[in-house]
Ligand binder design. Structure first.
Ligand code: ZN
Ligand code: ZN
Length: 288
């Protein structure tokens, strides 16, 4: 399998899942349709970047020990790799809800604002950037995430061989240090299966203990436990009674079609419920 085929396959799977869920989840249809527009653009960016980035190589010394994680240094990432995609991003934002259309106008009103977004997201101060431009921080985070995700996913994929998944059971991403956006249980047809966290920044996936809170590491009996909703058989809300955070978990043991980050968007109703309970997420879904 060539890298290009693998990259294309991942985006195609996400897009197809979003299109399928948009039909059966009317409450999330607008979000899912916008995700498809974003993901189609991210797919193009990823293919263009994959062609210019160095080929992945096996590290001569094998995986690094955990004290070297995250293995990817964002300060080493060249933000100029994304410069050529500014116009494409603006046309994508125009197809979104009014807030993102405004975002597109603000980002392209002044020269170099898009380039600054990339730099601030990767290794600067996104809060200051949002303040300077009068943007709500979640909107600036969304923009940085959409633009940088294809590059970071490719770089994490190339750095993944440096990570030993058997020696890392912490919440920050071992590749890029980002927070988990959601998780899923894999092992189709298995009663227990394995939990994997998904990185909000680079989409890397790594194993994590099923009954531990990724925010505060609570692991007492029942301290971190799932809440199930009848209408979402494939997604549950894992709630921590100690730190009041929650993590949505897609259950690929029951349904092999789930794609954690897409099923996360489709189950926005569960986030509204969690917020009404005073619970908070570690990182927002890509669109909401
Ligand atoms: Zn990451
Ligand atoms: Zn907790």
């Amino acid at each position: 399998v060539t890298t290009q085929a693998a990259v294309a396959g991942r985006w195609t799977t996400r897009i197809r899942r979003a299109e399928a869920l948009a039909v059966v989840r009317p409450e999330a249809e607008a979000l899912l349709r916008f995700f498809v527009v974003l993901a189609e653009w991210q797919h193009q960016v990823a293919e263009a970047l994959d062609a210019v980035l160095p080929r992945p190589t096996e590290p001569a010394g094998g995986p690094l020990p955990p004290d070297h994680y995250p293995v990817l240094r964002l300060t080493d990432v060249d933000p100029a790799l994304l410069s050529g995609h500014a116009d494409g991003f603006r046309s994508v934002l125009r197809q979104g809800p009014p807030a993102t259309a405004d975002l597109g106008r603000i980002l392209h009103d002044g020269p170099a604002r898009y380039d600054r977004l990339v730099q601030e997201y990767l290794f600067g101060d996104l809060t200051r950037f949002a303040e300077d431009l009068g943007l709500p921080l979640p909107l600036a985070t969304f923009a940085g995430q959409v633009v940088c995700q294809p590059l970071l996913e490719l770089l994490s994929g190339r750095a993944a061989a440096l990570v030993d998944p058997g020696s890392w059971y912490e919440a920050p991403c071992p590749c890029c240090g980002g927070p988990p956006v959601c998780s899923y249980l894999r092992g189709l047809g298995e009663p227990t299966g394995q939990r994997l966290l998904v990185c909000a920044r680079c989409l890397f996936e790594w194993p994590f203990p099923r009954l531990r809170c990724p925010n505060c590491a609570e692991e007492q009996d029942g301290g971190f436990s799932p809440v199930l909703a009848d209408q979402y058989r494939a997604v549950r809300v894992d709630v921590c009674t100690r730190c009041r955070s929650y993590l949505k978990t897609a259950d690929a043991r029951q349904d092999g079609r789930v794609v954690a980050i897409v099923d996360d968007i489709a189950s926005i109703a569960l986030d509204l419920w969690a917020e009404s309970q005073g619970l908070h997420r570690l990182a927002p879904a890509l669109v909401r």
